[in-house]
Design a protein around this ligand. Structure first.
Ligand code: AKG
Ligand code: FE2
Length: 570
């Protein structure tokens, strides 16, 4: 928990009262600041990580998590005006610099003329030449001063413009989770950006750092208020250095350059989202707030979502492998057709899209094209299922996701090498289109003695979802005909990721040689013993990490690294 270092007296004067916190939340819901949207409910998380790094059910007294979206829009008017002056001031500075060049040339010419005057010359001629040199020197001094002033003004305007560019890079609604406990309002809540956030001044998981908490203004009672915290988040998005109480001039240059690099990434992402917003095909997928329609879902799935009982969820599940792999029908054809149309519309827009990971070369990250709010909602619809299947760990408290499309067809990617996901629980939904082959092969859980032993094969079916732990080894067989598109949703739980189970999972010695279908050319040290490296992937030979040293099965033989190419020397 971040501490604002409040005095013990204040703690006594303003004790924690849950009803006060609820009142503050409800006041924000009734009358939100212009930069706030998607105000969620105040919820007790289903699990917390205790001091022994074990996930436990929280006690009665909180914590409480409140999520809402805060935008960095409405950038400072004064800064905006300064930015507008930038063009004028730079043009002025350029003009002055050009006239300085002219005056320097004049001075040079006047000096040369003076030197060329023959020695026995009239006093008047000499006098005139000296005056010309003097006048040019005086003018040069004036222009140099003007030049200095104009350059400084242009530099100030440029810095202001940079600030605006920064505000533009964060002029977007970011979902933040505030976590309160009974030290409120003496101490602030933790504040964490839940979605994609490229920013140099937040930690790896999107959490605000200490200087943010130190600078939050307090109310008349000298304690925190929810509105002041929201205002501080909004200001952080507009001008983070000012929010941290650091002037741009005194900020270390390494910090400035990493801020600029992150701003650029965020701006590039928002630029694609903003441009695509003008050419989307199905506006209902991009509504704010997002709204999933009943008719998009298979009726039994919708029933489970609305009934919210374990029985209703169990009724739709097909257990592909006990406790490890499940499937269910999720979408109707109406939704699938619309969604696929939208994806192809994005492909044909020609807008840049980052690839989901190093293995999928033709996918699109859905959070990068403006679908993040929809996926947030989908994740919340699926959360009870996560709780039901893996609620003591990876299936609990999902508060982040990486969601993307994978595409396979002739001439592009055909299948996917064996791997595990950077996901706590993965949902993999088949959008179609029309294809043959492409079985999804499952092997063991990473670190288990049978990690590379085949467990089952799942056959993708249009509109159906298969779910499994991210640590379960899996890979897709090559497609033998047609084209396949799937939505892959990787769910992340920041609570689970703090636990020892996640941080330091057990790792066992492999029980024996792997099954051929389970070996991976990107991960394994012995792939070549079982299969030929695919064409173009030979350089990976001998570079894998799995199984790690000391965890190899008996008689394990690693692949040798390919011999370095010897230059012919000519
Ligand atoms: O193609 C598939 O069905 C599997 C994709 C997958 O596992 C992944 O992208 O992580
Ligand atoms: Fe995967």
């Amino acid at each position: 928990m971040a501490s604002a270092g409040a005095s013990p007296t204040a703690r006594l004067e303003v004790p924690f009262r849950f009803t006060d916190l609820v009142d503050e939340v409800e006041s924000v819901r009734r009358d939100p600041p212009t930069y706030v949207s998607r105000v969620g409910a105040l919820k007790v998380p289903s699990k917390i990580c205790n001091s022994e790094l074990i996930l436990v059910t929280p006690p009665e007294a909180g914590p409480w998590v409140f999520t809402l979206a805060v935008s960095g829009g409405e950038s400072d008017k004064e800064v905006q005006q300064l930015a507008e002056q930038h063009a004028t001031l730079s043009a002025e500075a350029q003009k002055i610099a050009a006239s300085k060049v002219q005056v320097v040339a004049k001075l040079k010419a006047a000096k040369e003329r003076l030197e060329e005057i023959p020695s026995p010359s009239s006093e008047a001629v000499l006098q005139a030449a000296c005056s010309a040199v003097q006048a040019a020197e005086d003018r040069l001094a004036e222009v140099q001063e003007e030049d200095r002033i104009a350059r400084a003004a242009a530099e100030r305007a440029r810095a202001a413009q940079e600030k605006v560019a920064c505000a533009d890079a964060y002029n977007h609604s970011f979902v933040v989770a505030l976590q309160f406990d009974s030290s409120w309002p003496v101490k602030p809540p933790t504040v964490r950006f839940q979605g994609v956030m490229h920013h140099a001044l937040v930690d790896e998981s999107g959490g605000m750092l200490m200087p943010f908490f130190k600078s939050i203004p307090k109310d008349d009672r000298k304690v925190h208020s929810l509105r002041l915290i929201l205002e501080a988040i909004h200001h952080f998005l507009i001008d983070p250095l000012h929010n941290w109480g650091i002037s741009r001039e005194s900020a270390p240059s390494r910090l400035l350059s990493s801020m600029l690099a992150e701003e650029k990434m965020n701006l590039a992402r928002l630029t694609t989202i903003r441009k695509y917003a003008l050419q989307v095909k199905h506006k209902e997928l991009f509504e704010s707030p997002p709204r999933w329609r009943e008719e998009w879902f298979d009726p039994a799935f919708w029933k489970a979502c609305t009934e919210k009982t374990p029985e209703a969820w169990r009724a739709i599940l097909v257990e592909q492998l006990p406790n490890e792999v499940f499937s269910f029908k999720i979408f109707t054809d109406e939704f699938l057709n619309m969604f696929v149309e939208e994806i192809f519309n994005f492909y044909s827009s020609g807008l840049p899209a980052r690839r989901p990971n190093s293995m999928n070369n033709y996918g699109i990250i859905l959070n990068e094209i403006g679908l993040e709010p929809m996926i947030d909602e989908l994740q919340q619809l699926l959360q009870p299922l996560g709780e039901l299947l893996w609620g003591s760990g990876p299936g609990t408290c999902w508060d982040g996701h990486h969601c993307f499309i994978v595409r396979y067809r002739e001439g592009e990617d055909l299948g996917l090498d064996m791997h595990t996901d950077d996901s706590d629980v993965t949902f993999n939904i088949c959008l179609g289109l029309d294809f043959e082959g492409a079985g999804l092969q499952f092997c063991g859980i990473m670190g288990a003695a049978n990690h590379r032993r085949h467990t089952n094969t799942f056959k993708h079916q249009k509109g159906h979802c298969v779910c499994h732990l991210g640590r379960k080894r899996h890979g897709a067989d090559d497609i033998s005909r047609g084209e396949r598109l799937n939505i892959i949703l990787w769910n992340h739980s920041s609570t689970y990721r703090k636990s020892e189970e996640y941080e330091d999972p057990p790792y066992e010695r492999e029980e024996g040689a792997p099954d051929e279908v389970c070996v991976s050319f990107t991960h394994d040290r012995d792939y070549g013993v079982f299969k030929e490296y695919p064409v173009g992937k030979e350089h990976l030979k001998g570079r894998g990490w799995c199984p790690p040293k000391k965890f190899e099965y008996a008689d394990f033989k690693p692949d040798a690294k390919p011999a370095a190419k010897v230059s012919s020397g000519c």
